[in-house]
Ligand binder design. Structure first.
Ligand code: PMP
Length: 322
């Protein structure tokens, strides 16, 4: 679908996957006016296909568009585009369980010009790719590096939007984490470098027995849809779920005194991923003996069962496509 100043959204079409041609002065290449989403379509036991909370992705896409001075795509158009592609690619939705068809809706400036200003033309596209189970051979805890030298986002910046620049800025820290022997970066707040925010592509949860806590939406972390869903699902399972502030000192101390029993990350791609070893300039520690925790695995199963159709959709989160 194309958006042009004065005309709005027009010319929606479903076309075979193919390269786009790009003008060297395309504004996106220079000024990074680009936003995206990620969601999955699952095959249900009865053979039908459903996406998980697409209206939440549509709403976040609008928030991202506003922050990047881009036109808002109506939610119905966002969902219809995803639906059409899933229907077309239905054969590619794997048969069940953790496997899915990953959808990547995105929008970028399509105007040619070298002036720094919001573009007068945009393209919105959706592409898809089958996604296997995130973990081959069972769920394994990830090791994380607490990044103190780099920040992902600041208040008033673009951290709460899903825009390419946030990811570009995070790559050097991801490289640093890999050099330290870790799988993922954990981002801290930009002012005190102390308050835990999120990971590269996942939000975090801290498990204190049957109370789970996720960092509050500070304005500089992405409001994850999995994070939001777990606040509700955890309550369904009899846990207390809340938003709060967790510092790196809390993390280390509470692990050592045994009150912080598990830590996990969550997101569309990885669903729920236990955190094992934590490395930082202050030292190194390990959650739960490096094994996936009980609450983590219970929540993981509840979420996957709901998405794959093995459990009842009591919250009306699945968008059924037939
Ligand atoms: N934080 C960041 C930076 C992400 O890229 C993602 C993935 N979209 C998440 C958190 C998790 O969000 P969601 O649960 O909506 O996938």
């Amino acid at each position: 679908v194309r958006w042009t100043e004065g005309r709005g959204w027009h010319d929606a079409e479903l076309v075979p996957y193919a390269p786009l041609s790009v003008d060297p002065a395309n504004m996106t290449l220079h000024y990074a006016q680009t936003i995206f989403e990620g969601l999955k379509a699952y095959r249900r036991p009865d053979g039908t296909v459903a996406t998980f909370r697409p209206e939440a992705n549509a709403a976040r896409f609008q928030t991202s568009a506003r922050r990047l001075a881009m036109p808002e795509l109506p939610a119905e158009l966002f969902i219809a585009a995803c639906d059409e592609l899933v229907k077309q690619d239905k054969a590619w939705v794997p048969a069940h369980g953790e496997q899915s068809l990953y959808l990547r809706p995105f929008m970028f400036a399509a105007e040619v010009g070298l002036g720094v200003r919001p573009a007068n033309e945009y393209l919105f596209l959706v592409i898809a790719s089958p996604a296997g189970a995130y973990f081959k051979g069972g769920v394994k805890p990830v090791s994380v590096w607490l990044s103190e030298d780099y920040v992902r986002a600041v208040k008033g910046g673009t951290g709460a939007a899903k825009t390419g620049g946030n990811y570009a800025a995070s790559l050097v820290a991801q490289k640093e984490a890999a050099d330290k022997g870790c799988d993922q970066v954990v981002w801290l707040d930009a002012v005190e470098h102390r308050w835990v925010e999120e990971m590269g592509g996942m939000n975090l949860y801290f498990v204190y027995g049957d109370r789970i806590v996720t960092p509050e939406l500070s304005g500089s972390l992405l409001p994850g849809i999995t994070r939001d869903s777990l606040l509700t699902l955890a309550r369904d399972l009899g846990c207390t779920a809340e938003e709060g502030r967790i510092s790196t000192e809390d993390w280390k101390r509470d692990t050592e005194n045994g009150t912080l029993t598990e830590v996990f990350a969550c997101g569309t791609a990885a669903v729920i991923t236990p955190v094992g070893t934590v490395k930082s300039r202050q030292g190194e520690w390990t959650q739960g003996g490096g094994e996936p925790g009980e609450v983590t695995m219970r929540l993981r199963k509840a979420l996957l069962d709901l998405q794959s159709g093995a459990a009842e959709d009591t919250h009306g989160w699945m968008h059924q496509l037939g």
